[in-house]
Structure formats: C-alpha cells, structure tokens
Ligand binder design. Structure first.
Ligand code: GDP
Ligand code: IMO
Ligand code: MG
Length: 423
C-alpha cells in the first residue's frame, strides 16, 4: 500500500483535524510527521469539541493506531495533559498511541529560549506560539538534542544537564529571566516519568510494515505549506518541513510510497502571527470573516488575520506538495457575503502582473488583483450533497478547480464531522 498525506496549503488552521477525524475510519494508522504543540487541531462530533496538539486526530476512532513520528518535537508536559484530557472518553492510549524514540523532546528551557529570541527581535518577531518549537529543531539540527529514546537511558539526567547548561548560557546572554525554571522542571520530570509508560518504539518499522501488509496509513500534517521552513514566507515560518516531503523524512517512508496527497484550504484565507499576507483585509469585511469563521487560534486564542482566497499562493502549495485532491473548508463562513473576491495575480511595484511567489514576497509592496463572483448569500445548513449546493457556490468551487487544476473532492460546510460533503 501507499501512504496518503493530508496537509494544509495555507498558513495553518485550515481544518486538518476535522478532516483527519472524518477520514480516519478508512485508515489503520494516522501518523503525525512534524511540528509539535504549536499545532491545534479541532474535532467536533456528537456535541463534543476537542482540540488536539500533539496527539494525531485519529485518536477518537476505535481500532486505529496513532503514531507520533520521528519528525515531531514533543513536549512531555503537554502530552501528559492531553492524555489526561482524553481519559473521560475511555480511549485506550496503551493500545492505540505509539511514539517514535527518534522524536525530539522539548525541554522547559526551549520554551524560555523561544521567548528570549522573540523578545530580541522586537517588532520583527515571528509571532511564535512560544511552545519551544524553533529552539528544539535548532538543537536537533545542531546535533545536541535529546530524543524520546534518551529518557530510557541511564545517562538521561547527564544529557539533560549538558543541554541545560548550554541553554542557560544563551539565556544569560539575552538577560532572560529564568525564575520560573524550577517550577517548569518539576512538571517536566514528572511528565517524563509518565512518558516512560507509553509505547515508545521505532515508528518507521510500524509504518513500513503496516504498508507492506496492505494496511492503510494517513500522514497528518501540522501548520501549512506557507509556513514551511524552506518554501514558506521565511523568516515568518515554523521550523519544520510542513510539506509532503516532510511526511517522508518525518516518518521514514520512501517518496515512492506516497499515494494521495490531500491538500486542505479554507474558502478564504487566514494567518496567525506576523509575516506577509497579500490578501489580508483590514476593513469590516475582514472583521466579519473573523466573526463568522470564529477565527481565533486553537492553541493561543489570538485573533487570526483574515482575507480573500489567494490563488498564486495555493498554486504554489499544490506544486511543491504534488496535491492530488483538494478539500475546501469553511465554505459556510462566506454565506454572509453578497460578493466574493478571488485573488488571481499579484501586481508588483514595477507594474508587472505575476502569479508566482517570489523570494522576497514579504519585503516588496504586493497588490492583489481580484476577480469578483456573486456570493450565494444563504445558509448551507440544509445542504447534504453537492447537488444541493446553491448555484453560486457550485460556480465558485468549479472556478477554483479549473484554476488550480486539481479536483475539489470534498467541501466542508460546518465544524461538525457530519457537515462534510463529498463531491
Ligand atoms: P487545523 O489546525 O487545520 O486542524 O484547524 P483548527 O482546528 O486550528 O481551526 C479550524 C477551525 O475551524 C476549528 O475551530 C474547526 O472546528 C473549524 N472548522 C473546520 N471546518 C469547518 C467548516 O467547514 N466550517 C466552519 N464554520 N468551521 C469549521
Ligand atoms: P496548525 O497545525 C497556524 C505559526 C505561528 C507563527 C509561526 C511560527 O494548528 O495549523 P512556531 O510556534 O512554530 O515557532 O510559530 O507559525 N503557527 C501556526 N499558525 N496554525 C498552526 O498549526 C501553527 N503553528 C505555528 O503563529 O506565526
Ligand atoms: Mg490549528
């Protein structure tokens, strides 16, 4: 079998959690391959609303293995809290959660470093979630990080101490207050003890052997392609490869074993944190989108910046990921608009019109070029099949399909599992 990949094509929060949960019954394994507690994936079903940060979004489905792969950076304190939060649902974590021994551990000082680095950047700050993501990946690439398997080693404490001292010297350089460290360390070591009881394994074998035996695997991306460390709006990005290739390196699966790539996008666009956003709206339309879409961060609660859909950016994400199917999310949020805009090109300072993303997207003035379509201007609550779509929504969907060159095989019209229309 081949491994399917599901990922966000914009700046994150496209609705990945909802769709992974919806698709999960078709799979034997759901696996996270990158990111960490910066992610917030929301699931809604049977009157329950639940946000997952590190645990894969297949966890509510029975008889399904959930894997946290080697490419993830993992905070034991957050994981313990997440697992405790799932207790009331009678989920058998000991049977259906597996963590890679090669995943990297977020230490308390990584979070302090995140804060120190952000503070030092002043008004150029990234708008990080401050979960320690950047500093942890930095240590991984710097070959000094602590991995999950290390917590089982007799010299774990020495490894911790060596990295701690390194971090303290950097924090001292930034004159960053470390007063809360003893408290953070207490919670950390407590969570590490808890962590030892989990299934800590070589997840690359779990995934490849499952594929060999005909089982179906879905890789669940975090963040979005425009936050990718290589191809996103650098430096306003996260510190991992959020794209399809990240699923290969983050799980140990060969590129030739990738099957479908499901690219998820909102019917409009949002971004949380700093960085370029060509179609951002600063007017009442943007505010209405935020209100209708309840666009407040699932991890930090920050208001999300909102704007119209951006085709040059989507085309770019589709190209770098090899997307085979598109899923359009939150179509219902546009119900309130009489007219809907679609950005087809960017007008640059020199007067040229382009539909490509440049290296310096964030530094130059970019004016979006829009076409306007008539909105459907009605509720979608009655819609349960594509045939029942208002004509204008059908036209919007089909226009996007033509422009993007990939079929939109699913349209989401509400946060609940059931509000999902297959086309
Ligand atoms: P993720 O990070 O990609 O999993 O997305 P988030 O969970 O951070 O943000 C998506 C938000 O939109 C969540 O609050 C979801 O419950 C909600 N949502 C998902 N799909 C839809 C939809 O089709 N319509 C509406 N109105 N909300 C949706
Ligand atoms: P999900 O998986 C939206 C953003 C942050 C910041 C930048 C870097 O829920 O879609 P980091 O904490 O990684 O150093 O932050 O990336 N960011 C996200 N934005 N959704 C996410 O995850 C995000 N994870 C990180 O706001 O701008
Ligand atoms: Mg999110």
């Amino acid at each position: 079998m081949k491994m399917d990949v599901l990922l966000g094509l914009q700046w994150g929060d496209e609705g990945k959690g909802k769709v992974v949960d919806f698709l999960a019954p078709k799979y034997d394994i759901v696996a996270r391959f990158q990111g960490g507690p910066n992610a917030g994936h929301t699931l809604e079903f049977d009157g329950i609303k639940h946000v997952l940060h590190q645990i894969p979004s297949g966890i509510f489905r029975e008889k399904l293995k959930n894997i946290i792969g080697n490419g993830v950076v993992l905070d034991p304190v957050v994981l313990k809290k997440e697992i405790e939060g799932l207790k009331k649902f009678n989920i058998k974590i000991s049977e259906n959660l597996f963590v890679s021994k090669k995943a990297t551990i977020i230490l308390p000082t990584h979070k302090l470093l995140d804060a120190a680095y952000e503070k030092s950047k002043g008004d150029k700050k990234i708008g990080s979630t401050l979960k320690g993501i950047g500093p942890t990946y930095q240590d991984k690439i710097g070959r000094v990080a602590i991995r999950v398997g290390d917590i089982l080693s007799p010299d774990f404490k020495e490894k911790y101490q060596a990295l701690l001292e390194r971090h303290l010297s950097i924090l001292n350089y930034y004159s960053h207050d470390v007063g809360e460290l003893p408290e953070l360390e207490k919670a950390f070591f407590n969570a590490v003890e808890f962590f030892k009881q989990l299934n800590l394994v070589e997840t690359e074998y779990e995934v490849n052997e499952a594929l060999d035996s005909g089982k179906k695997v879905l890789a669940e991306g975090a963040q979005g392609s425009l936050l990718d460390i290589d191809f996103g709006s650098y430096p306003f990005v996260t510190s991992s490869n959020t794209m399809t290739s990240g699923a290969c390196s983050g799980l140990g699966v060969a590129p030739m074993r990738i099957g479908d790539v499901f690219g998820i996008f909102k019917a409009y666009c949002t971004r949380v944190g700093s960085g370029p956003f060509p179609t951002e709206l600063f007017d009442s339309t943007g505010e209405e989108m935020r209100r209708e879409g309840n666009e407040f961060g699932s991890t930090t609660g920050r208001p999300r910046r909102c704007g119209w859909i951006d085709l040059p950016a989507l085309k770019y994400s589709i190209m770098i990921n090899g997307v085979t199917q598109l899923f359009m999310m939150k179509a219902d949020v546009l119900n309130i608009f009489k007219e809907i805009k679609i950005c087809t090109h960017y007008l640059l300072e020199d007067g040229s019109k382009v539909d490509k993303l440049s290296f310096d997207l964030g530094e130059k003035e970019v004016t979006p070029v829009y076409i306007t379509m008539k909105g459907w201007d009605q509720s979608l609550s009655h819609v349960s099949s594509y045939d029942e779509f208002p004509e204008e929504l059908r036209q919007y969907t089909e226009y996007l399909e033509r422009e993007l060159g990939v079929p939109i095989s699913m349209v989401s019209v509400g946060p609940d599992r059931k509000q999902t229309i297959l086309k």
